[in-house]
Design a binder for this molecule. Sequence first.
Ligand SMILES: C[S@@+](CC[C@H](N)C(=O)[O-])C[C@H]1O[C@@H](n2cnc3c(N)ncnc32)[C@H](O)[C@@H]1O
Length: 415
Amino acid sequence: MMLLVTESDHDELARIASLSGLESDLLRGPGITRWLDRRARSLGLDERSHRAMLIESEEERRILSEQIAVPESWIGRYPVSFDLLHETAAARTKESSVFRVLSLGCAAGQEPFTAAACVLDAGIDASRIEVLAIDRSRSAIEMGSNGDLPSMAVRGDLPEYMRTRLQPSGRRWKVDDELRRLVRFIEADIVSESLPVAPGSCNAVYCRNVLIYLESDARDRLCRRAASYLAKDGIFFSGHADPPSDLLETLASIDRPGAFAWRRRGESDPRPKNTSSEFTVGRVASRRISPRPSKKSIDPTITPPAEQGSPEEVIAIQRLADLGRLPEARELAERLLVEHPADLSVLLILATIDSADGRVEAARDHLRRALYLDPDDPSALFQMVVLCESEGELDVAARFRRRMDRLATDGGPEE
Ligand SMILES: C[S@@+](CC[C@H](N)C(=O)[O-])C[C@H]1O[C@@H](n2cnc3c(N)ncnc32)[C@H](O)[C@@H]1O
């Protein structure tokens, strides 16, 4: 349905966005416009009455927010950040105090479970580890509390310390009991609700790919709050696209490209001059690119294959997709693919976008092409397994899974 956008439409949408603490542009993307239209019809409402409901009802705004900030994550996302956590924990094995990790916007637990396994692997005794994981998505919190993770929680290769901790369980993954016991899940709004975290108590605070969704006041509040939870030498981890300008007020960046890590700003730290930092998307990307990228650490957001599409564009596509702006993400990706038809990372992102949008055959074509270019690409194989399973093509899925398993037992493809 074509919407006629008027001045009062903008005002209303801006009001709904502000009540939800969301960036108002996010409510105007084509994907969310289609969702709002479907949602109004399913409730038997016209567009105007549905907007009135969104203004009145906090529950309806919660449902809307879940459509925007989707609980999308995966195990070991941004591997360098977990390397830094590992080193930090390893330096504290002799102490007796609790090692506390907080994950704000934890999705179904992909991030806090990885952190728990990482700290354990670093040598901290389980009795000293506490991981608190908070998200407002009820379904994500339920899943994590049961020790379940969605199929797409595993992408590419797992960090060594997670390999023995996950078992396939139907279409999901099951986390082992030890990890499950270490992570406590809480359903709450991390911006507006009070949280059971003492100031200065956390060795690491993860707040990744959440700030990008929020309007500036909410971002500011969340940054200050998260910084206040950090222990004196605690580390704050942000996402690749989170706005550094908000963080620079309270935190100073740690020079570890790819970790997106920060520490508390001290008295002696110089005041920030401007908002450009190592977190500026283009610079991070170009530092992370190696001439021959390892197939073992696939993270399409920050390690796209070199000599192909520009890394900035690949990141921009991923960011749009993370924001649920699928048509825009697809348009950009398709344009990039015309210029670089053999760019595996673009093909994989396109397949993800098309799967999320229900365009199964288009997704399958992109995956076929990716596997033609690299028959051993673990991400392409894995996405193919998931796609075939969700289409009920169990035999074909099993064939691709066997190929994946063979790669794993052969020690993976040649570097
Ligand atoms: C894109 S996911 C990021 C997950 C993970 N931190 C990562 O970077 O992989 C964003 C998560 O933040 C959650 N979220 C967004 N706004 C929130 C809020 N105000 N309170 C609690 N959770 C929120 C969403 O439900 C979603 O699970």
